[in-house]
Design a protein around this ligand. Structure first.
Ligand SMILES: [Zn+2]
Length: 321
């Protein structure tokens, strides 16, 4: 049995998942608590401690835990949460400092996208790599750029957000960030559903399995399932999404010369339906200079349900490795 353990905490606006992770990246115990029911940060830190202490009975007590890693929404480089609409706490909330005080061991806090990058580097598909980019295809498009083994944060800690790079300028879709034409507006899971709704409305003659669903309720999973059943409109939606994503990845080569891209999140699990058009478009859009080198486009190997806990724990190992 591993002698050293880390607590990995995936803090969401509603719920917080807590896991104890061994040195090999196994989540040996897990639980969750509510995030939003605590009126202030101190009460939340107390609840985190109690839950972790209970979990630590599985491994012989709290003294076996070397450090805590927390992936949190909008966390800045000082370990503070700048803002979170779901939480009634006073903002900015000094999460790292308060949890460190309660636990009495090192605490590393970073935003969720950077936590996934750390997770891939320590436990996942990018193990052993020093230069790679993770792209999370979920409700939005998140990203983490790892360059020479360091996660790029930049001057204000907001660097490395590739989801809001402009990929379309003519008749561009609006993005949740307030800008138009962002990668996120075309290649997130929500964007796949949006493409489906737009195309169904624009092509009323076109038959599709998706027509049996109420338009507003269509999800990227519905589009995936229809495509797997041979629905041509749904397949074309994946071709369209993959084309834009591959084009963007080809551009990202010029940012940090990564050895690999690691795709993560629900949509990344669509297999060849997405990966084939991504790879094809990537090759076509590369600057000729890059074409002689092989750059891998991988799908995350972290187990879905535990990936966020492992990412958070990886932050702790980096702090205390
Ligand atoms: Zn945007």
């Amino acid at each position: 049995m591993s002698e050293r353990f880390y607590a990995g905490i995936d803090m969401g606006g509603t719920n917080t998942a807590i896991g104890i992770v061994d040195e090999e990246g196994n989540v040996v115990a897990r639980c969750s608590i509510s995030t939003c029911r605590y009126g202030n940060l101190k009460d939340y830190a107390d609840a985190l401690y109690e839950a972790t202490e209970k979990l630590s009975e599985e491994i012989g007590g709290m003294e076996k835990i070397s450090a805590v890693g927390i992936g949190a929404p909008n966390a800045n480089r000082d370990g503070e949460i700048a803002c979170c609409q779901n939480l009634p706490w006073e903002m900015p909330a000094p999460l790292a400092a308060v949890v460190r005080q309660r636990f009495g061991i090192p605490v590393a806090v970073d935003n969720d996208a950077n936590a996934s990058a750390a997770g891939e580097m320590i436990y996942g598909a990018a193990r052993g790599m020093k230069n790679f980019i993770t792209i999370t295809l979920g409700t939005g498009v998140g990203s983490g750029i790892v360059c020479d083994g360091n996660i790029i944060r930049g001057h204000r800690g907001m660097g490395g957000e590739l989801g809001h790079i402009t990929v379309r300028r003519d008749n561009a879709r609006s993005c949740t960030c307030g800008k138009d034409g962002c990668l996120e507006a075309y290649c997130s899971a929500s964007a796949v559903a949006r493409t489906a709704r737009e195309w169904l409305a624009e092509n009323p003659e076109r038959e599709s399995l998706l027509r049996s669903l109420p338009s507003e309720s269509i999800t990227s999973l519905d589009v995936y399932e229809a495509a797997m059943k041979g629905d041509s409109l749904s397949k074309e939606i994946f071709d369209f999404t993959g084309e834009i994503l591959g084009e963007a990845l080809a551009d990202f080569m010029n940012i940090s010369d990564p050895e690999a891209f690691v795709l993560f999140g629900g949509l990344a699990r669509s297999g060849e339906l997405l990966m084939e058009p991504v790879r094809d478009s990537f090759r076509r859009h590369l600057m000729p200079l890059w074409r002689r080198y092989e750059t891998k486009i991988l799908v995350s190997t972290l187990p879905g349900a535990d990936a966020a806990i492992l990412g958070a724990a990886a932050l702790a190992t980096r702090k205390n490795g």
